[in-house]
Design a binder for this molecule. Structure first.
Ligand code: GUN
Ligand code: FE
Length: 454
């Protein structure tokens, strides 16, 4: 019989389809030395008992305790790592003012590598402790500090996709925080890509460079063209913000006389490996272009409540064939938890469906068929994120990475309300999605390695 690096026995939840959660009750999960799920064995399979006999009592056999469950690790498609330093504050003014008043000043401090190290170590550890095993990060304009973030992900065992931010347009960015010019921004980006590719060679779980123009209002055309070329040359991921707020959306219309999606496409920035944050104001043509190019939406429901001036019709956009995952958008979104964001995704979608102005008659108030279920929000936080990044992550299935969170529903001080040992497992799943706190996340594994425990 095969020799596995780890064997886990327990009950797991994983998305079978966007709308359906599959329960794998008391299954065996066999992990190989690459950190991949090589085999999943159900209790009724003939090799279940022989494998149990072989591994039982071994150091690499992990039997989940009563009340513990496995979930796939979360994939956060949009995090501003430096903004962790102001999370939970500065949410009182509109997007453009917020950037200039709070966010550019704090991001500019990351030229100081000591400060950067403190914040970046904390944000990576915090996301891991919240069950996020893969994160798509914006760093800052600073090449060295951005590389430091990639190194910290590599060391702490998180799968990090990291971008040095590009913002070079003098009249939209303050002199104290912008790239010197397009040429420097492109040269720094290319050096950053090469350095992260080098780091990736010794990083088991993977670390990836991301071409990261901040958003259309922050770049010159020259930088935009060059970044599209760099992404194509090195086949990198691309991330940016797209059609986020009335102001950002309007700015792009004024400058290019088109929506963000087509403007981004003109610069070669919509590709299979592109993830665009927010996307609240996509129209039907924009949506078709996203689907056609394989561009994914990083849906940031908490942040959107503050800055996006609208609720994005996720259910509709998903029905158009667009890949969608969830993003925390720290610190536009205050929470580092994709549990919190999944909850908000459901609540916002219900408000979109019903509408919010009680002065209107019910039939005119909302947008029908907008609701998301918690099962769909879970899909976006896991498998949807994995598909958006075209990586084998976000599902507990054979040939996927062993990226998991072990949830304990039975903790004395943070116990979930489960009073019947035979409670329906789908109900337990829903309680987990709505009620888990970081304390309940007892272990987190990435690519077959334990990276967090409490
Ligand atoms: N648009 C440009 N930069 C940002 C940012 O840092 N956060 C959000 N939410 N939107 C942006
Ligand atoms: Fe953002």
């Amino acid at each position: 019989m095969e020799k596995y690096t780890h064997v886990f026995q327990g009950t797991a939840f994983t998305s079978k389809s966007p709308k359906e959660v599959q329960v794998l009750k008391d299954h065996l999960f066999c992990i190989n030395s690459d950190g991949i799920i090589e085999k999943i064995i159900a209790p009724e399979d003939t090799d279940y008992q022989p494998l149990l006999d072989l591994y039982h009592g071994e150091e690499n056999f992990h039997r989940l305790a009563n009340g513990q469950y496995l979930l796939p690790g979360f994939v956060d498609l949009h995090v501003h790592a430096p903004q962790w330093a102001q999370s939970g504050t500065a949410l009182d003014i509109p997007l453009n003012d917020w950037l200039n008043t709070y966010t550019f000043p704090i991001e500019s401090k990351f030229s100081d590598l000591e400060f950067a190290k403190n914040v970046y170590e904390d944000v990576v550890s915090t996301l891991l402790a919240n069950g996020t095993t893969t994160a798509l990060y914006f760093a800052t304009i600073h090449k060295q500090a951005s590389l430091l973030l990639a190194k910290i992900c590599a060391e702490k065992g998180q799968r990090g996709l990291v971008g040095k931010v590009v913002m070079d347009l003098p009249d939209q960015n303050p002199a104290y925080y912008r790239d010197a010019d397009a040429k420097t921004a492109l040269a720094d980006t290319e050096e950053f890509i090469l350095a992260v590719r080098e780091l990736a060679k010794s990083t088991k779980q993977g670390v990836f460079p991301v071409v990261t123009p901040r958003f259309i209002p922050s770049w010159t055309d020259e930088a935009l063209n060059g970044l599209g070329e760099l992404a194509a040359k090195y086949d990198t991921y691309i991330q940016s913000h797209c059609s986020e707020s009335d102001w950002a959306h309007g700015y792009v219309q004024e400058r290019f006389n088109k929506n963000d999606a087509f403007a981004l496409h003109d610069f070669g920035l919509l590709r299979e490996k592109s993830v665009m944050a927010h996307c609240n104001f996509l129209n039907e043509q924009d949506a078709a272009l996203f689907a056609e190019t394989g561009t994914a939406i990083g849906h940031c429901p908490i942040s959107n409540a503050y800055f996006a001036n609208s609720v994005i019709p996720i259910s509709h956009l998903h029905s158009k064939g667009i890949e969608i995952g969830l993003g925390s958008d720290i610190s536009g979104g205050f929470s580092p938890s994709l549990f919190d964001n999944a909850r908000q995704a459901v609540m916002s979608s219900r408000m979109l469906e019903d509408g919010v102005n009680p002065a209107l008659p019910a039939e005119e108030r909302g947008v029908p068929n907008s609701r998301l279920t918690i099962d769909e929000a879970f899909y976006f936080a896991t498998a949807g994120g994995g598909e958006s990044l075209s990586l084998p992550i976000g599902r507990l299935a054979e040939n996927y990475a062993w990226d998991v969170q072990i949830i304990d529903t039975n903790l004395g001080f943070s116990k979930l309300p489960i009073y019947n040992v035979y409670e329906n497992l789908h109900d337990i799943f829903q309680k987990i999605m709505y009620l888990v706190q970081p304390e309940n996340i007892r272990e987190v594994w990435v690519q077959g390695e334990k990276v967090h425990s409490r």
